[in-house]
Design a protein around this ligand. Structure first.
Ligand SMILES: [Zn+2]
Ligand SMILES: [Zn+2]
Length: 207
């Protein structure tokens, strides 16, 4: 009989020689579900210049990252899609197969990573130490929750170019219900992935 590598619960019965108990297996799935559910809301939390200044939280010796910096950290090179893609790649390599190649868009990369982890998890709980996946998924879900919890309705300049080559002077408003951003002036509408791209471009000078 083995203890679960994540929680130490002693495994028995059909799982006696496995590495992961049912409760930890379920917890990993729940964390993946939470990430999938909250990820589209991250777009709504994006607003250039928001909460810049790095205020300190009392009792904390570290300056708190400005909200925009925290969001950038979730969509950057060490962000949610890349981090989970690497965990998916770990599982395929442990299984002796190659991971599907990394798609360029953040949304597509996250979708692939979630699909791949869910697909290989029933195999991985039998013989793989999933402590790192369990911890990482929990941390990412918590960070996404924190960043999206207090997001106001964002309001950023419309990126659309008009027929005469000038820039639209309207503002983009994010619609949480439909997960799109739209401009009332020119009626441009952006999907969450496009909105992330616009936001990253706008946010760069302030970063
Ligand atoms: Zn366990
Ligand atoms: Zn516009």
């Amino acid at each position: 009989m083995n203890p679960c590598t994540i929680c130490g619960f002693v495994l028995h019965g059909a799982r006696a020689l496995w590495t992961t108990c049912q409760a930890c297996h379920d917890r990993i799935l729940a964390r993946l579900d939470a990430i999938e559910e909250i990820w589209p809301r991250l777009s709504a939390a994006l607003e250039p210049g928001r909460a810049l200044g790095g205020q300190r939280v009392s009792g904390s010796p570290e300056p708190v990252l400005p909200l925009n910096g925290r969001i950038l950290a979730l969509i950057g090179p060490m962000g949610v899609p890349n981090t989970l893609y690497l965990r998916y790649a770990d599982l395929t390599l442990a299984r002796g197969i190659s991971p599907a190649s990394r798609p360029p868009g953040e949304d597509a990369r996250l979708a692939l990573a979630l699909w791949g982890i869910r697909k290989h998890l029933p195999w991985a709980v039998q013989g793989t130490d999933l402590t790192e996946l369990h911890r990482t998924a929990g941390r990412l879900a918590d960070e996404l929750r924190t960043v999206t919890a207090d997001a106001d309705t964002p309001n950023v300049p419309c990126p659309a170019e008009l027929a005469d080559g000038s820039r639209c002077t309207g503002r983009m408003r994010y619609d949480r219900g439909r997960n799109t951003a739209s401009c009332r002036t020119c009626r441009t509408e952006l999907a969450p992935g496009e909105w992330l791209d616009v936001w990253v471009r706008l946010g760069q000078p302030a970063a």
